[in-house]
Design a protein around this ligand. Structure first.
Ligand SMILES: Cc1cc2nc3c(=O)[nH]c(=O)nc-3n(C[C@H](O)[C@H](O)[C@H](O)COP(=O)(O)OP(=O)(O)OC[C@H]3O[C@@H](n4cnc5c(N)ncnc54)[C@H](O)[C@@H]3O)c2cc1C
Length: 443
């Protein structure tokens, strides 16, 4: 056994592309690379290596739907957690099924191989996973993000194990709290405040800022409408009081603990969710061994447009681990997918073919319609897909158009999307739209 291990650790598996992270952005990088004819390895640390096209935050979406369907608007009835758990399980099955269906042809044709375990760099473009070492000319990093942990909370205290959660661990809370204190008035804190209140928990939301969703590019009237809805359903919101001065975990498992806020107010609660931001999950990658360097926002980029990670190495970062860059806002699935398309296009410009921008650069602004025919495609969508493709304020639609280089019109009444451009641009846009539709995992 030891000899076999030693021998296998010496063997290097060579691929054209290694993708680190089997979340939605890694899956898309793998699918695009395989479709361009490359042999791809994907490494995923969790889910026994299973790939997942639904985003890390999909559990909160399933919980949101569960709270709408099983809970009440006023939160005056406690929903048994086994019903919530069954709902989430069912949704998980669907999300994994969709991923499996998207990947089956590529896996069967030997284009994509999945590896289970945490990946770490052991050299330039060399990655260790378990006993294997993978090597590829091109590497995509799509390791996502993790919840930020404020030092004033007792994360390492065993007594806090079933009391204190961050925006990742809350997905496994496994029970409906009696009274939950949520720290953070961003999208995740507000979303969980609604979910847990509608399911019947008492909820106190505390935030540093004077208003909800501060700095999240949300209009004032939307922010005040959300504040009104939180109040109407019975959530207590404490503005400008989001700092925890001290925290006492429960003395008995799942009993009440106590949090003292900056104002001096003490809050007794049986669950604390601290949702105060997220940062790129690169700590375990040993970027230095791969010749890379992490910035506070994610792996270092050499070129703004390409999101290239380091000189010398062909490494690109996309999705939540890439942090702020040319394609924004960060922390959204549609942004990660757009970054991924830009990164794959940059890594394989010849296979990808010229984009509208490239063509215009090459022709110095001359009309390039002579040798390539412009086409128009119309696809039908249902109402949910239309909303998903449009995105907040039309942002997803704009991203698809920018990345594919096509023009996109969405008719929300006729439920059609009209795509205009050169054939490759239209096909790219349709491909991207299909992927976004297949990521609409809600039941
Ligand atoms: C609670 C919550 C709610 C959200 N709600 C929304 C929403 O409503 N709409 C929206 O657009 N976005 C939402 N998001 C954001 C969305 O989940 C992310 O933008 C999206 O998941 C990013 O995809 P990704 O592939 O970059 O990262 P992830 O989905 O995080 O996937 C990264 C994968 O990499 C794996 N990994 C990490 N390190 C390693 C390693 N060293 N080796 C191997 N594998 C590794 C991880 O296990 C993970 O499976 C939400 C996020 C959270 C946390």
């Amino acid at each position: 056994m030891l000899l076999r291990r030693a021998l296998s650790s010496l063997s290097i598996r060579r691929f054209d592309v290694v993708v680190v992270g089997g979340g939605p952005v890694g899956c898309e990088a793998a699918r695009l690379s395989a479709t361009l004819g490359h042999k791809v390895a994907v490494v995923e640390a969790t889910r026994d290596g299973a790939l997942l096209a639904a985003p890390t935050g999909w559990v909160s979406k399933a919980l949101r739907f569960a709270s709408r369907e099983l809970g009440t608007a006023s939160g005056d009835r406690r929903v048994p957690w086994r019903d919530v758990g069954a709902y989430v399980e069912n949704t998980a099955g669907r999300a994994l099924g969709k991923t499996a269906a998207a990947f089956a042809p590529l896996v069967n044709e030997d284009h994509v191989e999945a590896f289970a375990g945490p990946a770490t760099f052991v050299g330039t473009n060399k990655i260790a996973v378990g006993d294997a070492t993978l090597e590829a000319a091109t590497v995509f990093l799509a390791t996502g993000s993790t919840g930020t942990r404020v030092p004033s909370l007792p994360w390492d205290d065993p007594a806090a194990a079933e009391w204190l959660y961050d925006s990742d661990t809350i997905m496994g809370v496994g029970r409906l709290p009696e009274h939950v204190l949520i720290q953070g008035g961003g999208v995740i804190g507000v979303e969980y405040a609604f979910i847990l209140r509608h399911l019947g928990a008492r909820v106190t939301l505390v935030l540093r800022e004077p208003s909800l969703l501060d700095g999240k590019a949300v209009d004032d009237d939307i922010r005040s409408a959300i504040a009104g809805r939180l109040e109407a359903c019975g959530v207590t919101v404490r503005y400008e009081d989001g700092d925890v001065v001290s925290a006492e975990p429960p003395r008995t498992p799942r009993g009440p603990g106590r949090v003292v806020l900056g104002s001096g107010e003490a809050v007794a609660c049986d669950v604390v969710l601290s949702a105060v931001g997220r940062s790129g999950a690169t700590a375990s990658l040993d970027l230095a061994a791969g010749g890379l360097r992490a910035t506070p926002q994610g792996p270092r980029r050499r070129r703004r447009r390409a999101m290239r990670a380091a000189s010398g190495a062909r490494v690109w970062a996309a999705g939540d681990c890439a942090g702020r860059n040319a394609v924004s806002p960060p922390g959204l699935l549609s942004t990660g997918l757009a970054q991924c398309h830009v990164a794959v296009r940059d890594a394989f410009p010849e296979e990808w073919g010229p984009t509208k921008d490239d063509k215009m650069d090459a022709d110095d602004g001359k009309d390039d319609g002579e040798d390539r025919e412009r086409i128009q495609k119309v696809i039908e969508v249902d109402k949910d897909d239309a909303a998903f493709v449009l995105g907040r304020g039309g942002s997803t639609k704009r991203k698809i158009a920018r990345v594919a280089g096509a023009e996109i019109e969405l008719d929300e009444h006729a439920l059609t999307i009209t795509i205009s451009g050169f054939k490759d641009q239209c096909l790219h846009a349709i491909d991207y739209i299909d992927f976004i539709r297949s990521s609409a995992w809600a039941p």
